[in-house]
Design a protein around this ligand. Structure first.
Ligand SMILES: Nc1ncnc2c1ncn2[C@@H]1O[C@H](COP(=O)(O)OP(=O)(O)OP(=O)(O)O)[C@@H](O)[C@H]1O
Ligand SMILES: [Mg+2]
Length: 236
């Protein structure tokens, strides 16, 4: 609510108010530099907003004595670059935070990791090193790693834009399943097809503001904001 963020003297987010409902998928679209990544980083407290509040359920994450680590553990984040540990197996990449951050026993963590790796279609790859996997498979490991932490919300920042086109669809399929399975998601994406089909609402960001927020139908079929029309004419 009322979120603002500057880097030095440069304002990047202007008084943004946004809510994502439980089980909702919100897609964020907009031109490069419009502040989409900065907004997600603020939501995850990777960046500290200059003003405004962030609420997750009943918890105000920006309160002075908020437990930032506890808040972060409730939010899963998947970036463009998946940052898996190359020297560890796929399974260990997923169990690492479970055992070290959550203090879970090794066997319980393995069972949970296998369940989520199965969910993203990678049950057969648990013992492989990430380098033996395609980019799309590695990204799905990163998604399983985030899901294994059992977050209440998942944030995706261009999770598919570093991938070869033929690998994109498997990752999007996993994201689509998550969305229809009731996960609460905020997704920055350049995949307009995904936004159109999987989003409950689409927010168009422009110059650090949410210029338009509406159902995919109205955003894509009846856009009346001139910057949105211009943006869509370039990307569709
Ligand atoms: N760490 C930083 N320090 C200074 N300026 C930054 C920093 N990160 C982002 N910015 C600036 O903030 C603005 C918004 O950047 P942001 O990365 O949020 O845009 P974006 O909408 O995610 O763009 P893209 O589609 O290219 O990923 C840009 O003008 C960018 O140059
Ligand atoms: Mg970005």
């Amino acid at each position: 609510m009322g979120l603002s963020k500057s880097y030095g003297a440069t304002p990047v987010l202007h008084d943004i108010s946004l809510d994502v409902q439980r089980a909702e998928t919100l897609c964020l679209i907009g031109p490069s530099g419009s502040g989409k990544s900065t907004l997600l980083k603020c939501l995850n407290l990777l960046e500290t907003p200059n003003s405004g509040e962030i609420w997750l359920g009943e918890t105000c994450l920006t309160a002075p004595h908020a437990d930032v680590d506890a808040a972060r553990s409730r939010i899963g984040m998947v970036f463009q670059h998946f940052n898996l540990f190359p020297h560890m197996s796929v399974e260990r990449n997923v169990t690492l935070a479970l055992t070290s951050v959550k203090g879970m026993g090794r066997e319980q963590a393995r069972a949970l990791a296998r369940r989520h790796l199965d969910e993203v279609g990678l049950a057969a790859f648990v013992d492989q090193r990430p380098s033996r996997l395609s980019g799309g498979q590695q990204q799905r490991v990163a998604i399983a790693r985030a899901l294994a932490m059992e977050p209440e919300v998942m944030l995706f920042d261009e999770a598919t834009s570093a991938l070869d086109p033929e690998l994109v669809k498997d990752v999007l399929a996993v994201m689509r399943d998550l969305a229809s399975g009731g996960m609460t998601m905020a997704v920055v994406t350049h995949e307009m097809g995904f936004a159109r089909e999987a989003a409950d609402r689409v927010a168009f960001m422009c110059d650090g503001r949410i210029a338009e927020i509406d159902t995919p139908d109205r955003i894509f079929e009846r856009a009346d904001h001139p910057r949105l029309r211009q943006f869509l004419s370039q990307v569709l």
